[in-house]
Design a protein. Structure first.
Length: 56
């Protein structure tokens, strides 16, 4: 299981700083989560202003 960032991402960068696993990086047009590194903690979803990170 991992979180996935939807196209709603506005590239604010808030989630990258919150991730305890450093699983989030800036991608092409949105931020992206490395599924292999994600610990499914939900911190990115908590901090995101647009609700882009979602549990898959
Ligand atoms: Fe990082 Fe947690 Fe979000 Fe996974 S759910 S990307 S570990 S902040
Ligand atoms: Fe995108 Fe939300 Fe992360 Fe900001 S906090 S970069 S809007 S996913």
């Amino acid at each position: 299981m991992a979180y996935v960032i939807s196209d709603d991402c506005i590239q604010c960068g808030a989630c990258e700083a919150e991730c305890p696993c450093n699983a989030i990086s800036e991608g092409d047009g949105k931020y992206v989560i490395d599924a292999d590194a994600c610990a499914d903690c939900g911190s990115c979803a908590d901090v995101c202003p647009v609700g882009a990170p979602q549990a898959e």
